[in-house]
Structure formats: C-alpha cells, structure tokens
Design a protein around this ligand. Structure first.
Ligand code: DHB
Length: 374
C-alpha cells in the first residue's frame, strides 16, 4: 500500500494530512483527539501572548450549502480567541499530545498582536521541550483595525528580519500566508520569503473579508465586523491550489509548501501535492466532521495513489502538467460541458430528453398498433 510519510521543514510526519490551526484546536482535550487520529501532526490554535475571548458570537458558520452548483465551506471572524501561549506550551497540552501519540510532532501557531508579542512568544517556545516546530501566522484577517500583514510587504519583511534574529535555534519555523491573487504579488512575496531561513510556507489562510448573506432573514450570517469574515473550505480550494503551485515555482527549494484550503477528500489532498505541497492541512472539514476526517482523507489518498500506481508522495509531488488534449475523458467539467450547450441548463436538457423519450414511446406504440392492424 502507498506510503503517506513526508517531511515538513525537516520534521518527519507519518501522514501528510494534518490539522489546520483554527477549529477544534483551542484546548488540550481537542489537541489530544487530533493526536489520537491519523493526523500526521498536531497543530495548536493561533496563540497570542495573553489569553483572549475573541469577537462576539455568532462568529463562525460552517457547511454552508448555497444550493445547486455550490461547494460547502465556512466563514469566520473569531478575533483570535485562545488560551494564551503559556497554555499551548503547558504540560497539559505538550505532554497530553506526547502521551496520546508518542513521537507525533506537536506544532504551535503564533499570531501576536504586535511584533514584540511574537518575539516574546518565540523565546518562550524556545525554552519549552516537546514542541517540534512553529507556524508564524502572518495572515489573520479578523482583528478589527489590524491589516493582514502578508499584504503589507514592507512590514512583512521587517517583521521576518526581527523574527529570524531571535528565532529559537534548531526549531523549524514556517509562516502562514494570506492568499495572493496577482502575479506581481506572488513575485514580491516570494522575493521576501526567499531571503530568510523559512522551513515551510503554509498557504492559504482564509480569503479575507467575505460577506455571506442570509436572504431569508436579510442579514449577515455572522455578527462581528458587519458580517465580514474569512472565507474557507470548498469555496477557496482553487485559489489555494493556485497559491501552492505559484509559490512552489517561485520559492527556493529548501522552503517546503503545506497546502490548506478546501481539502475535504483524498482527491483534494492529491491535487495539492500535485501542485507542489509536501503535506496538506484540513480546517473546515475538521470543524464539520471531527478528527475522524484525517483517517478518512488519508485512506482515500492511499487508495487513489494505489489506483494510480504511486508508492510515495515524492513520485507525483509538483508534477502537475500544463493542459494538453486529455488522454482520458474528464469526470468533472466534461459531463457538464456536454449537457450545457450555449447556456442551456442541465434541467432544460433533462426536460427535452423526457419529451423525446415520450415521443419515441408514442411512435413505438403507433407502429405496433399499425402492424397489428395489417
Ligand atoms: C483567526 C482567523 C484566522 O484566519 C487566523 O489565521 C487566525 C485567527 C480568528 O479570527 O481567530
């Protein structure tokens, strides 16, 4: 059977599928459940220097299904509710994970409200045994009045300069990025990131400041920030794939890429790896399905690799081909394309098919009656 082992910034993972920092990661109990699942690592909730309650409720909605042709996803504007960095470095969390799953990497996520906080948190992580890596979050879009750092390139560069002056030696440090949408932005971000000894890049964080409307009640679906929140899950998978692909092209090979955004199945994970990811994280689906999603997605990925004849991740990682005439009929798109000629909807085509079937039945009946009459 195919192997899902991989390395992220030099950290060995037995499974390339693990949790995103976000839903179901805030407490020692939640982290323990992830540890007990097939998740390849345990990544804690984005921490601030001191505990925070976050934005007013309701601040997140998941499994939003907007009807035909939509893909379920989520929106959140939590405002960094978390128990504070000392909790995620406490024995309750660190040893809790280690006891539940000996050897499984435990990673912390840092999202300081200011540079000074990030530097202080880095020093506390450096003096804690049992943490295997750090994900520095440069992309939280949900703090009122605070811009997303990954979009302010000057600030991002100066913050990374300070961070790497003080980052704990020997502990791999990755950064989580916001999604980019424009080629010059990919270019600029990569130029900056390539200057630093970054172990991995996690992309993408949510697509910031979306607004989901409840038409029945004529209101926003979440309370904070006038309903504006980070969009995640199925809605953003293709943006995530594009970011993984483009950053893989532009970043130096020493920087690994972890893909996140809309991974809900083994096939989604396969697509991320094909675009260049060495591992994938799951956020929205972990929220809606719970930690058993890691076992399911890992099994689906293994089955798909077996079916395709791949034994390891490395055999297809980054090997996405540009379009050429496909040797195999497409499952997605091709079927729709053939039933949606020049804007005709699938329902209209079905109606015509039913009318033609009825007419054929009537003609067959008439022919039979005519033959009997002869
Ligand atoms: C929050 C949202 C994010 O996208 C993130 O990366 C960190 C925190 C939040 O709203 O709490």
């Amino acid at each position: 059977m195919a192997s899902l082992t991989t390395t992220v910034g030099g950290i060995k993972l037995n499974c390339c599928v693990y949790n995103a920092s976000g839903p179901r990661t805030g407490s020692a109990a939640a982290l323990k459940k992830i540890a007990e699942s097939a998740s390849g690592a345990v990544l804690a909730k984005s921490a601030t220097l001191v505990k925070q309650d976050g934005n007013p409720l309701p601040r997140g909605v998941q499994e939003i299904d907007l009807g035909e042709r939509s893909c379920p996803g989520s929106i959140n504007s939590e405002g960094l509710p978390n128990a504070g960095i000392d909790y995620y470095l406490s024995s309750e969390c660190v040893d809790g994970v280690a006891e539940s799953a000996p050897g499984k990497p435990y990673l912390v996520s840092l999202s300081g409200l200011k540079l000074k906080d990030n530097l202080e948190m880095l020093s506390r992580v450096g003096s804690t045994a049992g943490v295997h890596g750090i994900e520095l979050n440069l992309a939280c879009p949900n703090i009122p009045g605070k811009p997303t750092m990954a979009y302010d390139f000057e600030q991002m560069e100066s913050v990374l300069e300070e961070v790497f002056k003080q980052a704990p030696k020997g502990l791999p440090l990755g950064v989580k990025l916001a999604p980019y949408f424009d080629f010059p932005h990919f270019q600029r971000a990569a130029e900056i990131l390539n200057k630093f000894p970054i172990a991995w890049v996690t992309c993408i964080n949510t697509v910031g400041n979306a607004l989901i409307v409840d038409a029945t009640n004529e209101m926003a679906v979440i309370a904070p920030k006038g309903g504006f929140g980070g969009l995640a899950g199925g809605y953003i998978k293709w943006t995530a794939l594009a970011n993984v692909r483009q950053l893989r092209k532009l970043l130096k090979p020493e920087i690994d890429i972890v893909g996140v955004g809309g991974v809900a199945s083994g096939e989604d994970a396969f697509e991320m790896i094909l675009c260049g990811a060495c591992a994938v994280q799951v956020g929205t689906k972990h929220w809606s399905e719970g930690p058993k999603c890691f076992d399911r997605i890992a099994n689906e990925l293994k089955s798909l690799m077996d079916k395709k004849g791949y034994g390891t991740i490395a055999e297809f990682q980054g090997k996405l081909k540009d379009w050429s005439k496909p040797p195999k009929a497409l499952k997605f798109g091709a079927a729709k394309a053939s039933t949606e000629v020049s804007g005709t909807s699938a329902k209209t085509v079905q109606m015509y098919q039913a009318i033609i079937s009825c007419l054929l039945l009537v003609i067959a009946g008439l022919l039979q009656a005519a033959l009997r009459a002869r």
